[in-house]
Ligand binder design. Structure first.
Ligand code: PLP
Length: 384
């Protein structure tokens, strides 16, 4: 079996599994406890925060440990909306965000907030002039992702940050960084981002662990009340083993990012060449996208049929994103990119990871070509 679903989740580094189990066994004490075991756990937590901060080039005090990016995105969006509602009740985002951003915005709309959903072009990228026009005096937050989880489209974050701050220096800029970290360079200060969320399991770290960067001086209304952990922003006993394991994965991913990027670019080129030659397939990703996400459609075929056909042939792939792959609706992301209903309803995603070698591309293309020729009669039958 070859696993081609790294945008859904990644296998943890061996070091991450070892660290997790070691810390769980040896340092199970509550880091808030006053005894020496508690202090040892608190020290590990402090160290983990320092390692994560160094990987992101930010201050340790600017990081909040979370359970993942769904929580981080909720904390960033609802937390800033509630904190700064006296500045206005307007938010800007795009129509192609992950549900953990999109649904937060929808929920705020139902509470009376105004949300502008910026359109994207055929490549999935926003228009900077439209953004400039959209930012207002009462815009509290702009939330735009780094890399799209379905199409791989990369948003021009440095330009976005510059424009947002030029038009309204008080507007906060949040970046959902989940699909970019470890794959592309991350430059939070250059982007002028105030908030940046990550999920550890997307960069070979543990599941159920994430981190939210909150720029010094930015206040968030806490969504979870209770103890004073995480600067009062996230009450609840900390996941020490998860934090230490995540810090390890962050450091390793950050160190290996340039090498991984170079290998993925080569792999993607081979995959693009192969996919383009298969009759009936429509490639939705392009050379400007992040190299680890490749999206294509087989119009006329329900994508789950392709998932199961490829699974039988030893390849694990996905339809749309993991969070919405059980829904049979067309992809909101592809529709926003102007794709037809047919293309948006037959999307298939493969996503690359550190385990892939160049030879895997040829194997995948061969299997895919076989699957397509076997499935073609189904499309023709159903089309008639
Ligand atoms: N944002 C993006 C772009 C994602 O791809 C995902 C997960 O697929 C998330 C947020 C949510 O991450 P998690 O499910 O780990 O909370």
């Amino acid at each position: 079996m070859i696993y081609w679903d790294h945008a859904a989740t990644t296998p943890p580094f061996d070091e991450v599994v070892d660290t997790m189990s070691e810390v769980m066994k040896k340092h199970y004490a509550n880091p808030s406890a006053l005894h020496r075991s508690g202090e040892a756990a608190a020290k590990l937590l402090r160290r983990a925060r320092e390692v994560c901060a160094a990987s992101l080039d930010v201050l340790p005090s600017e990081l909040v440990f979370t359970s993942g990016a769904t929580e981080g995105n909720n904390m960033a969006i609802k937390g800033s909306a509630m904190q700064y509602s006296s500045r206005g009740r307007h938010i800007i985002t795009t129509g192609t965000e992950h549900p953990s951003v999109y649904e937060c915005c929808k929920q705020l709309e139902s509470l009376g907030w105004e949300v502008t959903y910026l359109p994207v072009d055929a490549a999935g990228v926003i228009d900077l002039d439209v953004l400039k026009e959209a930012v207002r005096k009462d815009t509290v937050l702009v939330s735009i992702m780094h890399v799209n989880n379905e199409s791989g489209a990369i948003q021009p974050l440095a330009d976005i940050g510059r424009i947002v701050k030029e038009v309204n220096s008080r507007t906060l800029f949040h970046v959902d960084g989940v699909q970019g970290f470890g794959k592309l360079p991350v430059t939070i200060s250059e982007w002028q981002a105030d908030l940046y969320s990550l999920s550890a399991h997307k960069f070979n770290g543990p599941r159920g662990m994430g981190v939210l960067y909150v720029k010094q001086g930015v206040q968030l209304f806490p969504l979870i009340s209770g103890g004073s952990q995480e600067n009062g922003l996230r009450a609840g006993t900390e996941n020490v083993a998860g934090a230490v394991a995540m810090s390890k994965a962050m450091r390793l991913s950050q160190e290996r990012q340039p090498e991984l990027y170079a290998r993925m670019m080569e792999l993607r080129e081979l995959l693009f060449q192969g996919i383009r030659k298969i009759p009936g397939l429509v490639l939705n990703s392009n050379e400007l996208d992040a190299p680890h996400i490749i999206h294509f459609s087989y119009p006329g075929l329900r994508p789950e049929v392709m998932v199961h056909a490829l699974e039988e042939m030893g390849m694990l792939i996905s339809t749309k994103s993991a969070c919405s792959s059980k829904l049979s609706e067309p992809s909101r992301v592809l529709l926003a990119m102007g794709k037809s209903m047919e293309v948006a309803s037959s999307g298939i995603r493969i996503s690359l990871g550190k385990e892939h070698q160049l030879g895997d591309a040829a194997r995948f293309v061969e299997v895919l070509a076989n699957a397509c020729s076997k499935l073609r009669p189904i499309i023709e039958r159903e089309g008639n």
